[in-house]
Design a protein around this ligand. Structure first.
Ligand SMILES: *[C@@H]1O[C@H](CO)[C@@H](O)[C@H](O)[C@H]1NC(C)=O
Ligand SMILES: *[C@@H]1O[C@H](CO)[C@@H](O)[C@H](O)[C@H]1NC(C)=O
Ligand SMILES: *[C@@H]1O[C@H](CO)[C@@H](O)[C@H](O)[C@H]1NC(C)=O
Ligand SMILES: *[C@@H]1O[C@H](CO)[C@@H](O)[C@H](O)[C@H]1NC(C)=O
Length: 406
């Protein structure tokens, strides 16, 4: 390439750069900045721009191959901008080709439904994909006053995007406070299994051992810690009765006081919310498929999540958690639990069905059996279901970071 043409190419590139700058200036509303050159077009940088209203300015640029390349680049970039700024307005979203890129995601994780594992994965993913993982230090407050909701929503909304906010918190209605409704995701599991997992976890902890847990729940009296689960259920202790057993639905229903009253109202509202605000509610029993779908739906956050999850190196972090001292309640006690948790089950089956529909739609095999029989009709064996990984509800998560940093 002749020297002149290389120069021309440089000029062309500078034009592109200038136009970009111009676009930026205009976009950000500072208006067009008058060039210091007093309107004298030079082939360096400005000529194309000036040429748009003074044709003579074009002459020195003509005949320079490098400059043509610059022109092409310039036009391509212009097309990209035009495409971005007006194509969508004129024609609506392009047909299902690329999924949109939600940049505000909230995972209001339900306690004891595998969220510890997912948060661990999110830490790895946020570094890998460069999104802003916002976790909360508050692990024991799922319902908020109106002011607290407003504060928290304001706080979340100002987080640098793309963000993923996660906390054990009942659904927050951003639009009620004038915010953009983020995309919600969540994972739930069989309600009785969740309950049992929590029951024993509160008392005896997990792999970190009983001692660790004694330190964390030092105020628990011995009678309570060693309370037989059958006694708890059959003798109607508050911990094993409603409204304590109405646990999963409020995460999806929201902050309204009725969301915590076991009943149809909360159930229906929770279902509605799942349809309207949740991109995906997965089932812990099928965690790998949940991750696969998250990868499909939110690639900017979850790309490669399944291979990370399956990677033996990370995998071993996941199965460190086994809730200890689990005993199986009697069949009679379990029947009673099912009765008390019928709304929870109705919700769980609803979500599970939706999840299986999604899986089918995206070509994932699901082991869809006949619709699950209602709980009244069978004696379940909840502890036999696979229990990938536990999480805990009221825990500080510093240990997670510590492990991850190792
Ligand atoms: C939550 O935990 C903090 C300490 O970690 C405690 O001070 C606070 O009272 C707890 N709140 C509730 C509602 O249990
Ligand atoms: C809001 O964010 C700031 C900084 O991230 C934090 O210090 C503060 O506690 C947050 N407030 C609420 C209500 O979450
Ligand atoms: C959220 O708030 C808006 C505005 O107040 C309301 O129209 C909508 O029904 C609410 N959604 C939920 C799920 O509470
Ligand atoms: C994880 O689980 C597998 C299968 O149960 C077991 O072989 C492995 O030793 C466990 N790893 C750790 C670190 O506990």
């Amino acid at each position: 390439m002749a020297q002149g043409e290389i120069l021309g190419l440089l000029q062309g590139l500078i034009i592109c750069w200038k136009m970009l700058e111009m676009h930026v200036i205009n976009t950000f509303g500072e208006g067009f900045r008058e060039d210091s050159n007093g309107g004298q077009p030079m082939c360096v940088g400005q000529c194309v721009f000036y040429a748009s209203w003074d044709r003579d300015a074009l002459i020195p640029c003509i005949g320079n191959v490098g400059n043509y390349i610059g022109w092409l680049l310039f036009i391509s970039i212009l097309l990209v901008f035009v495409g971005n700024s007006t194509y969508l307005d004129d024609h609506g979203p392009p047909p299902q080709k690329v999924l949109p890129f939600p940049s505000q995601v909230v995972y209001n994780r339900v306690g004891k439904c595998g969220s510890r594992t997912v948060v661990l994965l999110l830490r790895i993913l946020s570094e890998k994909h460069g999104f802003n993982l916002v976790t909360s230090d508050i692990h024991n407050k799922t319902r908020l006053t109106k002011n607290e909701q407003m504060e928290l929503i304001k706080n979340i909304s100002t987080a640098e995007q793309p963000y993923l906010f996660t906390r054990h918190v009942h659904f927050l209605n951003f639009s009620r406070f004038g915010g953009d409704q983020p995309v919600y995701i969540n994972i739930i599991r069989d309600p009785v299994n969740r309950f049992l997992s929590n029951y024993f976890f509160r008392r005896f902890g997990d792999w970190r051992g009983e001692q660790n847990h004694m330190i964390r729940t030092p105020n628990m009296r011995q009678e309570e810690r060693y309370l037989d689960i059958n006694v708890c259920i059959l003798e109607n202790y508050p911990e094993c009765s409603n409204p304590k057993l109405f646990y999963i639905i409020p995460y999806f229903c929201g902050q309204h006081p009725r969301c915590r009253e076991p009943g149809e109202w909360a159930l229906e509202r929770a279902k509605l919310n799942v349809n309207e605000n949740f991109l995906l509610v997965g089932i812990l029993e099928e965690l790998e498929d949940v991750l696969l779908l998250l990868e499909r739906f939110l690639p900017h956050y979850f790309k490669d999540v399944l291979s990370i999850y399956k990677n033996p190196e990370h995998r071993k972090l996941g199965n460190l958690t086994v809730t200890v001292k689990k005993t199986v309640p009697s069949p009679e006690a379990i029947q009673i639990l099912y009765q008390r948790m019928r709304y929870e089950y109705e919700f769980y089956y609803y979500v599970k069905e939706q999840f299986h529909l999604l899986k089918r739609k995206f070509g994932l095999k699901s082991h869809i059996r006949k619709p699950s029989p209602r709980p009244e009709f069978f004696i379940p064996s909840p502890l036999e279901t696979e229990e990938p990984i536990n999480d805990e509800e009221e825990d500080d998560e510093k240990w997670l970071e510590d492990i991850y940093k190792r």
